[in-house]
Design a protein around this ligand. Sequence first.
Ligand code: AMP
Length: 917
Amino acid sequence: MMINCILLFSQWEEISGLDENYTPIRTYQVCQVMEPNQNNWLRTNWIEKGDAQRIFVELKFTLRDCNSLPGVVGSCKETFNLYYQETDVEVGRNIRESQYVKIDTIAADESFTQGDLGERKMKLNTEVRIIGPLSRRGFYLAFQDVGACIALVSVKVYYKKCWSIIENLATFPDTVTGSEFSSLVEVEGTCVNDAEEEADNSPKMHCSAEGEWLVPIGKCICKAGFHQKGDACEPCGRGFYKSSSQDLQCSRCPAHSYNDREGSWRCDCEDGYYRALSDPPSVACTRPPSAPQNLLYNINHTTVSLEWTPPADTGGRNDVMYRIICRRCTWEPEECFPCGSNVGYSPQQSGLTDTYVTITDLLAHANYTFEVEAVNGVSDLSRTQRLFAAVSIATSQAAPSQVSEVIKERVQQHSIQLSWQEPEQPNGVITEYEIKYYEKDQKNRIYSTVKSKSTSATVNNLKPSTAYIFQIRAFTAAGYGTFGPRVEVTTKEESTGSVIIIAVVAVAGTIILVFMVFVKFPGTKTYIDPETYEDPNRAVHQFAKELDASCIKIERVIGAGEFGEVCSGRLKLPGKRDVSVAIKTLKVGYTEKQRRDFLCEASIMGQFDHPNVVHLEGVVTRGKPVMIVIEYMENGSLDAFLRKHDGQFTVIQLVGMLRGIAAGMRYLSDMGYVHRDLAARNILVNSNLVCKVSDFGLSRVIDDDPEAVYTTTGGKIPVRWTAMEAIQYRKFTSASDVWSYGILMWEVMSYGERPYWDMSNQDVIKAIEEGYRLPAPMDCPPGLHQLMLDCWQKDRADRPKFDQIVGILDKMIRNPNTLKTPMGTCTRPISPLLDQNTPDFNSFRLVSEWLEAIKMERYVDSFTAAGYSSLESVARMTIEDVMSLGISLVGHQKKIMSSIQTMRAQMLHLHGTGVQV
Ligand code: AMP
């Protein structure tokens, strides 16, 4: 800044001169050494101070030594005074001394010096003074001469600052120094581009009073994707990355990864390679492992052990584990379903680190597929096809599982009656139970055994007041299962006549009551008609458990019921394993009557507890939709199931199914329940081929049955399944259920054929009244057909009871020889009834037309090739001839033979040789 001085008293003069180097300069001079009492002021113009707080004033001047001046008086001075005045604006020219603050008295270091040539030479003095802290916008400087000889050569006014600087990747701006000599100004730095402050370590510096940067603290670091070059951050090059600001350098992309951008914080995986969430960017990209190798299996009844070796390619990772996928395949291989939660895996199903697993609790006689998949940390990310090793295994026969639920039905002095539930996994048809027992306190433990064909038994000849231990096991074609848990029962005390009399006299009332309660035999639990309840809601809650809707997971729709959809899903009750269930729903907008009728089925089903009666899990009535939850029967209704597997079962298997249904019906009839609509369509089949009676209700079941038609007696009746007396005067009893059971037997043995084929209902009624009965289906053992005919006895008292039916079927199963019918030898009685319902062979001329009519057209070429060109030649065929055509499916052989036999009969009929039944 240019400083102009104002000569306030004219003693100061502005004079041109030369400096030490003889450069021309202008100076202000005063030299009133001869006059006493001098007071000469020289003042600068107004100086704006800007940001500065501490101002430096540097003066250059010469000052004459009083002694060097000839004739000076005593008033000659060798100093002058320096003053300043702070103001916010310029003020006038007047000086009021009192307004000035004295800075210092300035004296010369040397007033003059000896020159080289011995002459005295003026010496230029330099003095620096500091003023501050200043608070106003500007100030004046003033020089007071009190009688010296001064030449003021220059006045430099300045302040100090720290210049902008980059330190540790942070920029610090120009900073004016503090107001005090000792103060430091703290300055925050700003990170350069693409840099960020280090966590908890922001950059700071201090500007000293001298304008120097001191004490750097903290720093900035280059962000991810950038690295430091000098005072700047530069992006990582292509093919390089820096994942974190903490890293110093950019690194080359790891194996199987790349990037084609600059400034990347990571590299992308090549196609088919992945990075697990927990993988840091510095590791190579990896891929799922290949399939496990050398999968071996070992079957032991219903347990399968698998063993394998690790995959050839681990995908570049060391976290390979294995998981097992179990599917059970039904009769057709393409129908495979997940095994569900009943199957056990040891050590576990997934997350296996060892290369072996044991799978337990499989079903006997079932087909399974096991897939062993190797997985690693990136398997779930990969969209490529899963690689696994697989085996298909058929489990072998297995003995039944344990009989665990044993109930003491009646305990006497000398006998104990027990009943129990069929084992959870019968793995076949149970033909017998063995009851083993011994006296609890007997040392040598001599066992006795008793056998029973049903799920109850009475053990006689016991000692009174004696504790006995009982264990029960079931027997099937696969042998005995293991004994169930020990059950302890103590027989009653021996009582004397007098004691009884006293007791009777004393507590006669009580005795009667006790009698009523205890003389309750198994099976005497009676069915209560829910319609007898005034409030049907009470009936539902009396017999059915209310379930929390949140325990039920609906998975898919499997059918349509009369009141709404039927779905499959899962039920998970607290503390129990989740189970597959069927869920019947009540569609929205129902009437109160519909709701009542819908829940009526649950009120009935809930009263039953038998392995051959569909089990009710519970109901949801306190929410919408209203639901009935039933055990899930994987194979659906029996009629459709049989049609689908035409000819695929052994007679023993079919009889096993019938035995189960008969046992279910025995239970229902013992309870006094009359079904009224027993038919294959109302039997459900589970994955174990266990058949269970279903479709309960009152009149509505029959209303809802498409087979039911109105009869002259009023009401709807499924005519083909119903006994005469029920059709004629609505006499529905367990005996009429037995008739229906006979029809059901016929349906089963003919793989779901329609009873009386497509005869009209009227014709069926007429034929039955006239004494006609359905003939034995193809390959039906005569004993079974006889049982059907017994069920269709006109007089209902002559029909067998369900208990007897169960007994007859059990006997057949135990003696399979009685069920053997050499193929083709079981000829049907040919009757007019039959003639009405088989194709009319007279209407065919070609073998191909006949094959088409019986849906066997696929064999047309086989017949032609073997020379069977006319129906006459076909009618002479035997079963061996049919087999020689290469027709290997038993079901198809049967169908063709059956039709040939009918054809033969029709031809005989046509030629006047009618066969009478
Ligand atoms: P419904 O109303 O009882 O006649 O049931 C209609 C259809 O749903 C039946 O034909 C079966 O196919 C199916 N269904 C009913 N209950 C079950 C069940 N417990 N398990 C499997 N499917 C069932």
